[in-house]
Design a protein around this ligand. Structure first.
Ligand SMILES: [Zn+2]
Length: 438
């Protein structure tokens, strides 16, 4: 049983919430549908437009506002469903995976997220006509993009179910873009659903007014055991490798998978964890800074390559590039604009990926100093990095708890500085010097 929620690792509570909401949403559609399709086959996920305006207005009252969202299942149709959602959780916890899975469940012709129907398939593949995914343009989402999006989201869903807008990294909305979004959330078109992803609901991440209009789905850092389990089940990875990768990735599912499958990812991690050993002087500290930044660039390139390739292939197939007839060639010419759009999106994602990769390297490094700290304190917790535990133990002896803590803080300060837009190289160099001096 691999439905659309299967890959949402270690998030049982969130999955219960989302299943319930999808069921309510499906009940709403059935209630609004003309009697014919209620008794016949499931409302077609295809081209047939749905019922009249009266139906939709009734729907609007039922779905409106987050108030109805808190009600338990089994109540009136619409309970458990609402127009705007925020998925929060640490990086790698699966915010966008959850949002996509929920979108698929809403577009599923069975209303469950079966994982097999055209609605589920096209949503997960990113080709559903009524699901729009917003990936931040560079490092923030601008107002023009948001306005255009809100406008398009107000149209009637072509598949007769829902218009869905997924905003990845909603914390990167500019203030103006946030306001444009807020207007749409305050007066949502009856069939439009906004799914926002953000690290937290802190006002720095999501404005208080947007937050007050949304239902929150908190995701937690998945436990290493759950991550290992999915690596074994889904990706066919050997149990011992899966366990090691899950622990080393500190709950980041995608990272665990890469560590388990990609020898180069393991090498890059090894290089990061070799940093503490190599800090023998000022020159070495600067060298280490360069190495860390270059490793992040290499990792970013590797991580987007796979997705980029898959997207391009999917788009080309959709446009008929796989065909050989004259029609296919014509479609290809008309599609140049779409390909250009895709390339633009991919480029902005690459920039983001570099920043994210550097952050992951810093998290690895923080894990090392955390291990040294817990060992110095003789705290009874398992190390993050089992393979460098001996080195962390040596550090614990040499630095004591105070020294390990100062170094851990230097890494965390570096992360915060980059988040606050300090140039990565400058922040990393400062960190390396602090790590060397202690
Ligand atoms: Zn389905």
């Amino acid at each position: 049983m691999t439905d659309v929620f299967a890959d949402l690792v270690g998030q049982d509570e969130a999955v219960v919430t989302l299943r319930r909401a999808a069921a309510s949403a499906a009940a709403l559609l059935r209630a609004a549908a003309p009697a014919v399709s209620r008794t016949g086959a499931p409302a077609a996920g295809g081209a047939e437009p749905d019922g009249g305006h009266d139906d939709r207005d009734a729907l609007a009252e039922q779905v409106d506002g987050p108030g109805a969202a808190g009600d338990p299942a089994g109540a009136a149709p619409g309970a458990g469903m609402t127009h705007a959602w925020i998925f929060t959780g640490p990086p790698g916890s699966g915010r966008s995976v959850a949002a996509r899975a929920f979108a698929a469940a809403l577009q599923c012709v069975h209303g469950t997220g079966c994982g097999h129907c055209p609605g589920c398939h096209t949503t997960l593949a990113g080709t559903h006509a009524d699901v729009r995914l917003v990936v931040p343009e560079g490092l923030s989402i601008g107002v023009n993009e948001m306005r255009a999006l809100v406008l398009r989201a107000a149209s009637t869903p072509s598949g007769g179910r829902w218009q869905i807008v997924i905003i990845e990294d909603a914390d990167r909305l500019t203030e103006a873009a946030g306001n444009a979004l807020l207007k749409a959330i305050e007066e949502p078109p009856p069939r439009t659903v906004f799914l926002l992803c953000a690290p937290s609901t802190h006002p720095d991440d999501i404005s208080v007014t947007i937050r007050s209009r949304c239902r929150i789905v908190p995701l937690r850092q998945p436990p290493a055991g759950a991550v290992a389990e999915v690596l074994v089940r889904r990706d066919g990875i050997a149990p011992d490798v899966a366990e090691w990768a899950a622990a080393a990735a500190q709950g980041h599912v995608g990272r665990a998978r890469r560590l388990a499958r990609d020898p180069e990812a393991r090498q890059r991690r090894d290089a990061v964890l070799a940093v503490p050993r190599r800090l023998t002087g000022v020159g070495a500290a600067f060298d280490a800074a360069s190495a860390l930044i270059e490793a992040a660039e290499a990792e970013a390139a590797a991580s987007v390559a796979e997705v980029d390739e898959a997207e391009r292939a999917a788009l080309q197939t959709a446009l008929g590039a796989g065909g050989t007839g004259r029609g296919a060639a014509g479609a290809m010419r008309g599609a140049a604009g779409q390909l250009k759009d895709l390339e633009k999106r991919q480029k902005s994602r690459a920039t983001r990926a570099q920043r994210d990769a550097l952050d992951r390297a810093l998290v690895d490094l923080a894990g090392f100093y955390r291990d040294a700290l817990t060992m110095a304190l003789r705290a009874p917790v398992a190390p993050v990095h089992t393979d460098t535990a001996a080195l962390a133990g040596a550090g614990a002896q040499k630095w004591d708890a105070d020294g390990a803590l100062r170094r851990l803080e230097a890494v965390l300060e570096c992360r915060a500085a980059i988040e606050a837009n300090v140039k990565p190289r400058i922040a990393v160099e400062a960190m390396m010097l602090a790590l060397w001096k202690g």
